[in-house]
Design a protein around this ligand. Structure first.
Ligand SMILES: Cc1cc2nc3c(=O)[nH]c(=O)nc-3n(C[C@H](O)[C@H](O)[C@H](O)COP(=O)(O)O)c2cc1C
Length: 215
């Protein structure tokens, strides 16, 4: 017993942590965009959420992707499977921006063809000018509708409308993506993971065999 912790104080359940990043574990994605000369750019990212047909992407302000989105709103958002994690490492120190912004100069190099650098294959889209990533089983074509500057000026909240979804037949059941067959690449605290076992589902699932059984 100390002066700070009287006998009646509840036992501590957590410790104070100071993690370097706050990436708790979300699917990583590869974002395709169009450069001013019509060539394609490709970047690794993970910050995003989806509601209805809208995606909100967290995109750093000083990259080529943000520049492209502001001028040419056609993009693709491609979700890699776990085995593709080396492609994200290959892209992790590359930017399509030339010259490389001063703040990134120590860590990044310019690459004109990031598909080749990542060992990935561009695939033409149906509704947008940006190419998809052929190796990704799940691909969204999308159009940027709004870019809102973040509080510190270092990033944009990019709202993009998904106009077409492409999926490998191996993960599709009717019009749905079968969540039991689809394995996103999960990015957590700078490490990559496959997802774990299924633990439950919502009553609203169109593929569930029966309603969830809960207490
Ligand atoms: C696994 C991973 C996740 C990343 N997540 C994001 C992200 O969510 N948003 C972002 O803007 N950059 C993210 N980055 C960094 C970009 O890939 C990096 O800034 C890159 O230079 C962008 O390329 P660009 O300049 O050609 O657009 C991530 C990188 C990696 C490797």
């Amino acid at each position: 017993m100390t002066a700070e912790q009287p006998a009646s104080a509840p036992a501590a359940t957590h410790v104070v942590a100071r993690p370097h990043v706050l990436y708790v574990g979300t699917p990583a994605y590869l974002i395709g965009s169009v450069n001013a000369d019509g060539s394609a750019n490709l970047a690794a990212a993970s910050s995003h959420w989806a509601l209805g047909d809208m995606l909100c992407l967290g995109i750093e302000a000083d990259g080529q992707t943000a520049l492209n989105m502001a001028e040419r709103p056609d993009i693709t958002v491609n979700f890699p499977s776990p085995a593709l994690w080396p492609a994200l490492v290959r892209l992790s120190r590359l930017t399509g921006r030339d010259p490389v912004p001063a703040a990134k100069a120590q860590r990044y190099a310019f690459a004109r063809d990031k598909f080749a650098a990542a060992h990935l294959t561009p695939q033409s889209s149906d509704r947008v000018a940006a190419p998809r990533v052929q190796e990704c089983l799940l691909q969204f074509e999308a159009v940027v509708r709004r870019m809102t500057p973040g509080l510190d000026g270092g990033y944009f909240m990019v709202e993009a409308e998904v106009v077409r979804v492409h999926a490998d037949p191996a993960i599709v059941d009717g019009d749905e993506i079968d969540p039991r067959l689809w394995h996103p690449l999960v990015y957590a605290f700078r490490h990559f993971f496959d997802r774990g076992d299924e633990v439950g589902w919502l009553p609203s699932s169109r593929l569930a065999p029966y309603p969830p059984i809960i207490d």
